[in-house]
Design a protein around this ligand. Sequence first.
Ligand code: NAD
Ligand code: TYD
Length: 339
Amino acid sequence: MTIFVTGGAGFIGANFIYYLLKNRPADSVICFDKLTYAGNLETLAAAEPLPTFKFVRGDISDREEVYKAFEEFRPNVVVNFAAESHVDRSIEDPGLFLKTNIIGTGILMDAARKFKVDRYHQVSTDEVYGDLPLDRPDLFFTEKTPIHTSSPYSASKASADLLVQAYIRTYQFPATISRCSNNYGPYHFPEKLIPLMIINALNDKKLPVYGAGANVRDWLYVEDHCSAIDLILRKGTVGEIYNIGGHNERTNLEVVKTILKILGKSEDLIEFVTDRKGHDLRYAIDPTKIETELGWTPKTKFDDGIKKTVAWYLDNKSWWEKIVSGEYQNYYEKMYGNR
Ligand code: NAD
Ligand code: TYD
């Protein structure tokens, strides 16, 4: 099988590529990535020499580039990770989110139809469901929960998700969709909560917690997300949507305190800052469908995964030091300078 992975130079896509190269050695993997600020070829350095791996630089919202790559590689399977993925950036500047996340998904599906791929998988997100109240721990997102978005990011991902559903119904397009909760693990770009807090704590910088830190996220170790997508590709039913999550809900403050404890740093580093606009209160996935229908189970509990993740950032300083010493500094100043 030739698997066309878009956004594979980013956090989850790269972990998925390594998952495939390790667990599916008979398959070939094409990584198609624009290399935006979030894409990093160094992340794929260990994959580059392998004969079953090929990197192509390209933009999913550029029809010519996408068709050219499909023409050349004739993939059987497409997995679309490529996206603008950061909520805070979407609040500052929504336009690019619409172009990549919506138009890009449409173009990719057109290519998949034209070149008759056997399977297209859309990596959607639990953020399409909006949020749950903090005082109703009995409520969870199921695949039947209505879409109800909060941020330009989640609205763009929901639009893409709906477009995939429209292609399934209108063209009998052979697609599946997954909606996963927040991931964490190796190669997570430093703008996101967990890597940002690890790196700031290591540098004895303040840890900017939005609002009171009471918002809840449902954390999944990235390898468990990869195994779920792999399972959906092989055993999932075309036309179906699968929620992915492992019941690891934590408040942001709990996450930050856990990181400080692992690193042996003081909680005095925590600084409460102005809240995110429209900040979703709680995400919580009910993964019953993928567990019962496909037999998926997550392997890594949060307490183990967060230790492994902190250890990875300690062992891979050169990976993130290059990022945070560059353009990222301007981003950080803009987002946090006067917060
Ligand atoms: P990321 O920001 O780390 O990586 C995104 C990758 O996509 C980068 O390599 C970037 O260069 C590439 N890209 C961006 N625009 C592109 C374009 N126009 N054409 C080609 N490549 C482009 O994101 P991530 O955290 O790895 O998320 C991957 C996917 O998973 C996204 O679709 C996201 O919505 C979804 N998702 C993420 C999470 C999470 O917790 N991070 C949870 C659920 C779903
Ligand atoms: P993030 O990693 O951006 O993921 P998402 O918004 O997609 O869930 O943020 C996770 C949570 O952490 C979210 O509730 C916002 C909060 N947060 C902070 O408190 N401080 C920060 O500096 C960042 C980046 C996020």
